[in-house]
Design a protein around this ligand. Structure first.
Ligand code: SAM
Ligand code: SF4
Length: 332
């Protein structure tokens, strides 16, 4: 594969982490993400094929992308996802390839995904209580998700991360139980601040539990030791001072944005490159690709989009504009 110059945005940040949404569809209805009736799904021919995703990914990899995360919607509802994993793995044996999933279909797919070359998974789980999990996702699926997590860990898809969106008075009374889960299993449990990316527009700042508060509340029960940040990882990490396994991560996207060190770029399921979750513009690569554009032309579109990446999001500021697409439509 040809080596192209790295992707550097207008603020000097090197972009080397790609998130690819493989579908906008989902089998859950998390209340902080989409309405109970779902969203108008994209028609099939609007979605990039595996070949198209791999082609765009190859251009990104030739520009220095080192990690690819597949997301959605729910990526495991896309049929034969393991085939795509294999195609991406064949691009570069050294790529870090991971997947963010709600875990519902993970138990049945984890072995094939691992065989195809997937390195690791992050599983979203916002409550360890059955009734609350059902209220938050509108699916009575906690047991199935926990089984998926166990099967994925056994298949070697590690370090296994459990992502928890923390919302005031909805699940913040479970912080200690999630910390206990990390200690008991060795998983990396990561707490994410609730962001204004729900399709319903119901987000308000009083529902956000600040990252510092999350750390304080856990530290009061299980003393923590700072473990720093991994390269390109937005999570501030902590380990347990008593040497128990697992770790805690906090992603304070709202109260302490990591924008100044952001290395991410995204491709939506319908083939638009987005430099930021909160971008208000996108660059279409699907249409040019389908019209016969060569790799140099795709590179130019990608480079141009990255160059326009903003310095940071403006949540909480007077001029903040909610992106027109919500989390599941962009690819979280
Ligand atoms: N369906 C997969 C899942 O839930 O893991 C992947 C897509 S989902 C959009 C990616 C991540 O975004 C999940 O961890 C989810 O909890 C998170 N998310 C969705 N809406 C959010 C919001 N409004 N604020 C913060 N995180 C959100
Ligand atoms: Fe689906 Fe993930 Fe959104 Fe939940 S957070 S509705 S699982 S896309």
């Amino acid at each position: 594969m040809r080596n192209r110059p790295p992707l550097i945005d207008g603020w000097g940040r090197t972009v080397d982490d790609l998130r690819v949404s493989v579908t906008d569809k989902c089998n859950f209805r998390c209340t902080y993400c989409m309405p109970p009736q779902g969203l108008p799904w994209l028609p099939k021919d609007a979605i990039l094929t595996f070949e198209e995703i791999t082609r765009v990914a190859a251009v990104f990899v030739s520009c220095g992308i080192r990690s690819i995360k597949l997301t959605g919607g729910e990526p495991l509802v896309r049929r034969d996802l393991h085939v795509l994993i294999r195609m991406l793995r064949d691009l570069d044996a050294g790529l870090d390839i991971s997947l963010t999933t709600n875990g519902y279909l993970l138990a049945e797919q984890a072995p094939a995904l691992a065989d195809a070359g997937l390195d690791r998974v992050s599983v979203s789980c916002d409550s360890l209580l059955r009734h609350r999990f059902t209220e938050l996702t509108l699916r009575d699926a906690l047991a199935q998700v926990r089984r998926g997590i166990r099967v994925a860990a056994a298949a070697g898809l590690t370090p296994l991360k459990v992502n928890v969106v923390v919302m005031r008075n909805r699940n913040d009374d479970e912080l200690i139980e999630f910390a206990r889960l990390a200690r008991d299993t060795g998983y990396d449990v990561r707490f994410i601040e609730y962001m204004p990316l729900d399709a319903q527009g119901a987000w308000s700042s009083d529902q956000v539990v600040p990252g510092v508060e999350i750390v304080e509340r856990i530290d009061a029960v299980f003393p923590l030791r700072a473990a720093g940040r991994r390269d390109g990882d937005p999570a501030t990490r902590f380990v347990f001072a008593d040497g128990a396994g697992g770790s805690i991560g906090v992603i304070p996207s709202v109260t302490e944005p990591f924008c100044s060190s952001c290395n991410r770029v995204r491709v939506t399921a319908d083939g638009n490159v987005r430099a930021c979750l909160f971008s208000v513009d996108e660059s279409d690569v699907k249409r040019p690709m389908r019209a016969g554009a060569d790799d140099d032309e795709l590179e130019e579109l990608i480079r141009d989009c990255v160059a326009r990446k903003w310095a940071g999001h403006r949540i909480g500021q007077a001029d903040f504009v909610r992106p027109s697409r919500s989390m599941s439509m962009i690819g979280g």
